[in-house]
Design a binder for this molecule. Structure first.
Ligand SMILES: Cc1cc2nc3c(=O)[nH]c(=O)nc-3n(C[C@H](O)[C@H](O)[C@H](O)COP(=O)(O)OP(=O)(O)OC[C@H]3O[C@@H](n4cnc5c(N)ncnc54)[C@H](O)[C@@H]3O)c2cc1C
Length: 448
């Protein structure tokens, strides 16, 4: 008898994080869970301990608490993108269109809202169970802020679309948003109440730490090789291995490092800086607020109060890195942009320096659909966060868990209708196209 050929996927690269995220630095050091050592078995192995992976683990434990699950995180929980983002868990789609009030666009917007609110429900249930305060999980809503007439127009169009969707919102004048932010730079704003703001590193650590037996989280445990074995898979890590029936790939862009979605994921990085603590009297306005830009590709700003003073977060710039690594010089250049954006918004506080700067990776598909579904017998993907992973990747993880366990829901229905990710053009055209596209969009966003 001839033995069946093995199917093998080997990780060509592992994640690297540039810069120290303020969110992690502000928390006590994490002892974390020990790496996987020796051989183990689990019903399901999840690769990646970000929004997608931990949400999948949580959903599996809700649907079938008897299943043994091993979450393998390459680094330390909270140190990759899920713990280094700006902390907006956004309920509304970014791209609702007011041009097409009926038809397809409205259906898509409504479905996007359903997806986002499913993710928020999961996050809220964890927050309630853990008794988190507003310092970790704050359902305070978000401001979209304009800094130009193009931004003002966009907010008015967006507000029109929200009326049609039946979504609560409030337009604010320049004076009204200045009272919130202390900045006269913003020309108008739109408040929507459904966004939850989190301290992302505390949130994602908390989600990991509330998983319990028979779900185990292994940190500093990158999966380096997936090998078919009998009816299942053998997952190899630097110090051990684990036999399993099924795998969820929740390692976002690094799915590609194993050869999956080879020509379908664009690796886009974005960057953030956070000031050192300052006397709250140095900046007018409220001590706690969070604002995303009116125009895509603009600048996110957040003010965070603390016992020793307040801090401001600036998130801006997008760059494309096919090697899934941004590098220190890109981070330095983004930092200079952040300093300019900070001064433009808060001219009276120009002497407050940035204390932390960091970069983080996102995986985007050309047609903005997730890289999702059973991609190999027993291997399910919950990748391709498309930028707003606090909601999208969370939903991706929930949907992957449900699909794997044969559970049907509104989420699995909606996910089943997604197209496959569109193939990108061959290199070097993808790189040229991605860089040109980002440059044009950033130029259009101007000062936003
Ligand atoms: C500065 C910044 C600001 C952002 N702001 C926001 C925001 O406010 N709201 C929002 O919704 N989104 C935001 N994002 C995007 C958001 O962080 C991502 O969309 C989200 O983290 C994606 O979640 P994920 O679980 O799919 O992937 P990730 O969070 O990237 O998690 C994947 C995990 O897989 C691990 N991994 C990779 N390879 C392996 C392997 N071989 N074995 C084991 N583990 C592996 C990684 O270490 C990582 O922990 C921001 C991103 C950045 C960088």
């Amino acid at each position: 008898m001839v033995a069946a050929a093995k199917t093998v996927f080997v990780a060509a690269r592992l994640p690297k994080n540039n810069g120290v995220s303020a969110w992690v630095a502000m928390l006590p050091p994490r002892k974390g869970n020990p790496p996987l050592q020796g051989h183990a078995t689990a019903d399901i192995v999840i690769l990646g301990g970000g929004f997608a992976g931990l949400s999948a683990a949580r959903r599996i434990s809700e649907l079938d608490p008897s299943l043994t699950v091993a979450v393998l995180e390459a680094g330390v929980i909270g140190e990759a993108a899920a713990g280094r983002n700006s902390g907006f868990i956004i309920d509304l789609p970014h791209d609702v269109s007011s041009d097409d009030y009926g038809g397809d666009t409205m259906t898509k917007s409504r479905e996007a809202i359903e997806i986002n609110r499913t993710a928020i429900r999961l996050a809220s249930s964890i927050a309630a169970e853990q008794g988190w305060g507003r310092d970790i999980f704050d359902p305070c809503g978000r401001y979209s802020v304009a800094i130009s007439s193009a931004g003002d127009r966009h907010l008015i169009d967006y507000a029109r679309a929200l009326i049609n969707l039946g979504e609560k919102h409030q337009l604010l004048s320049q004076r009204e948003i200045a009272e919130v932010t202390g900045s006269r730079a913003y020309t108008s704003a739109l408040f929507t109440p459904g966004t939850v703001m989190v301290q992302p590193a505390a949130y994602i650590r908390g989600v990991a730490d509330c998983l319990h037996d028979p779900v185990h989280v292994y940190e500093r445990t990158p999966a380096v090789r997936l090998e078919s074995s009998g009816n299942g898979w053998l997952v190899k890590t630097p110090e051990g291995s684990i036999s399993t029936g099924r795998i969820i790939l929740a390692n976002n862009g690094h799915a590609q490092s194993f050869g999956f979605f080879k020509s379908e994921l664009l690796h886009i990085f974005t960057f953030a800086s956070m000031t050192r603590e300052f006397d709250p009297g140095h900046l007018a306005g409220q001590r706690q607020w969070a604002a995303t830009p009116a125009l895509p590709m603009g600048t996110t700003v957040r003010r965070i109060p603390g016992e020793k003073g307040d801090r401001v977060l600036i998130r801006s710039r997008y760059t494309y890195h096919p090697t899934i690594e941004a590098g220190e010089s890109t981070l330095r250049r983004a930092g200079a942009v952040h300093d300019r954006k900070f001064r433009a918004r808060f001219p009276g506080t120009g002497d407050i320096p940035m204390e932390y700067r960091w970069a983080g990776a996102m995986a985007v598909t050309w047609n903005s659909v997730p890289a999702f579904g059973e991609i190999e017998k027993g291997i399910f993907a919950a990748c391709g966060c498309n930028g707003v992973g606090a909601t999208k990747a969370t939903a991706n993880g929930i949907a992957a868990a449900e699909l794997m366990l044969g559970h049907t829901s509104r989420l699995t229905e909606i996910f089943a209708r997604f197209d496959a990710p569109r193939r990108l053009p061959p290199q070097p055209f993808t790189t040229i196209g991605a860089k040109a596209n980002l440059a044009i969009k950033e130029w259009r966003a101007g000062g936003e």
